[in-house]
Design a binder for this molecule. Sequence first.
Ligand code: ZN
Length: 138
Amino acid sequence: MKIEQIKNGIVIDHITAGKGEELYSLLGLDRVEIPVAVMKNMTSAKMGKKDIIKVDGEIALNTDIIGYIDPCATVNIIKEGKTVSKSSAPLPRELKNVIFCKNPRCISSCEQELDHIFKLTDEETREYRCLYCETKAK
Ligand code: ZN
């Protein structure tokens, strides 16, 4: 694919350099059947270096994941070769089945059918804690 020219798709721009890969795998882009490119360490006037993810096709992305990994990233929706919307992904208040609790004794680690839910507990430090046992996400 020509990564410069996406007709209909999504470009996630201004990703902090080094976070592109993590975002790519958390978004499940390694499992889609449309062309996806991760461009690393691109030059940016604003940021010095940045990562970019280009998705050549229309798929639904979980913007909670983008906001969690990098609230500075911008999501551009491309239609007919033109950017029709450009927005940053807000810091999500809650994460559902995105990250998993590290506490082996947490009920979410034991009960398979439970959703893995994390709540934003500190906006400044972007701290998330498990809903069930309050273990920190990072
Ligand atoms: Zn837990």
